[in-house]
Design a protein around this ligand. Structure first.
Ligand code: AMP
Ligand code: ZN
Length: 137
């Protein structure tokens, strides 16, 4: 398969690996948003997070939890943003699901999750929206 991250997992393209287990592979982002920007991905190819089942997603996030703790410890961080660009509309450029760990530091001029989308929606239909989602499980 012609997938950049599958090639990194297979060792066909070099990477700065920080962690590996049976299920995941983690490495430093080659174009870091901040020092220590790390990517964690499942070794198996899934395009999107929403293509994974609950067990695979749990394995991925268990590894993310481990990796964040050590990145924060080694870089002496007070915090980090942890997230997925799920789908091209959300900014996904590599079509193999991956979790970004972006270290945050005082004065880095970054924002929070709340700054990802610029246009805020109406809050009039929150009850109806919540009910629709609740009823979909
Ligand atoms: P996304 O936009 O969420 O799909 O993120 C893809 C990420 O992969 C970007 O942050 C890129 O900087 C990173 N990236 C692309 N190519 C490489 C590579 N060869 N090694 C490490 N990171 C990469
Ligand atoms: Zn892949």
């Amino acid at each position: 398969m012609d997938c950049l991250f599958c090639k990194i997992v297979a060792g066909e393209i070099p990477s700065h690996k920080v962690y590996e287990d049976d299920f995941v592979y983690a490495f430093l982002d080659i174009y870091p948003c901040s020092e220590g920007h790390t990517i964690v991905l499942p070794k198996q190819h899934f395009t999107r997070f929403t293509d994974m089942d609950e067990k695979d997603a749990a394995n991925l996030f268990a590894a993310v939890n481990k990796v964040v703790k050590n990145v924060e410890k080694i870089l002496e961080l007070e915090g980090a943003n942890i997230g997925i660009n799920n789908g091209e509309i959300a900014g996904q450029t590599v079509q193999h699901v991956h979790v970004h760990i972006i270290p945050r530091r005082e004065g880095d001029n970054g924002g929070s999750m709340h700054t990802i989308v610029g246009t805020k929606p109406s809050r009039d239909n929150l009850a109806e929206l919540a009910e629709n989602i609740r009823n979909s499980f």
